[in-house]
Design a protein around this ligand. Sequence first.
Ligand code: NAD
Length: 491
Amino acid sequence: MTPNQTLSNYINGEWCDPNATEFLTISNPATADILGKVPLSPASEVDRAAQAAAKAFKTWRRVPATDRVQYLFKLKVLLDENFEEISQTITQECGKTLAEARGEMRRAIENVEVACGIPILMQGYNSEDIAKGIDEMMIRQPLGVTAMITPFNFPGMIPFWFMPYAIACGNTCIIKPSERVPLTMQKVFHLLEQTGLPNGVVNLVNGAKAVVDAILEHPAIRSVSFVGSTPIAKYVYTQAAANGKRAQCQGGAKNPVIVLPDADIEMTTRIMADSAFGCAGQRCLAASIAITIGDAQKPFTDSIAEAARSRKVGYGLESGTQMGPVITAQSKARIERLIQQGEAEGATVLVDGRQPEISGYENGYFVRPTILQDVNPAGEIARTEIFGPVLSLMHFETIDQAITLINSGQYGNMACLFTSSGAAARKFRYEAEAGNIGINIGVAAPMAFFPFSGWKESFFGDLHGQGHQAIEFFTQTKVVIERWQDWTRQF
Ligand code: NAD
């Protein structure tokens, strides 16, 4: 790509220029260099994609599952062969370190591998002789055209929580990547093209709100898979439901972690620093509140402060970098404003990462790791998703007080506990109101064969992405009851 080059859409097996009148520049958040332009496609592009996908569905659903997965086997090989190039693209447009980008692509590929099991995963079940000579069976059939709308923070992985399962089940799909990081899917679609998938099975439409609204309104689109912030997740869920579509909408988070006095502080610090500051805090599973209990307060506070101060911040493509920039200048300004608000609400800025000097990258959108101490549990900052490398410290005397605080929060994406007590771990796992739980784990990201289980305002819907739940989401059940009057006849 050159700065003046414009991305294309991929519709019905062809790369095409949308009839866009508006474009956004794509920039490298570490350098502010312009990487290209993304078209903000109009609704008519969604219509073209939906019509192509609806037409393709008629024949794709008849391709046997064992043949459908052959395309996914090819895709896995292509993703492995192009692994390094795609990972570098993620770092360039999203800012995370190359190691983090590689981890993201590993999970993407893992989802393709799991979806290759569709011939057995989408089987139904049956009962013979539910009455004399009558059999009953449940079969799973694909929905039709499906759509995926994804956020900026995992441009390579998140579309793979849905797309491989959707097409393996016999659906066709339209992906709308985040307009802030559209280059990664552009590369992935060049690989999808090489798999030889029939035209119209996978389609890419670049853009922003107009594309999302057109997806939500299009009568041919049967389901919407969304990942992004909570207000937009709620909006997409509501509109999808109003238009009779299935929806699974993953939203924002504010992830609390409890550190008990019996935790291994050295290990806890290492894991917590990666959780809070990895990907510059722009993970929906980033630890954002650390609650120390009893005697854990001083050793953990001292060691996490040291870890924050010593983290190497810079360009993600340079070796040794442990943390990259945040996504935009606006995001940096917002994070720095929220740090100030935390201070105004009574917190102490123990480690201040605002306005850092990153040598050689003076134009980048950097915020260094920041620690707010004595954050007011009743304040705004204790509830707002900061989505930057900022860890808030709180302290309680008992685990019960901490669990009560956790369960009073609006989000339920992840909650973690650090301890060496099995009894404390079981109590926490049992009582904490979050869908992804970590015990001595800082980023409890489910493997591809488990559902990504957000709760409360972190998820709107019934069936999550990945694994068995993805297969249920992308299929509809049909029950057949059969009687053959002459079945005992001699042939
Ligand atoms: P976002 O909500 O701004 O954007 C997500 C998608 O929605 C994008 O494709 C965008 O084009 C579209 N969009 C944005 N505004 C819209 C509007 N007004 N109307 C219709 N569509 C709109 O989210 P983001 O900033 O790209 O991503 C960060 C957020 O995503 C964070 O809140 C993070 O916690 C969340 N997230 C959640 C998970 C999860 O699994 N729960 C995973 C990753 C990210």
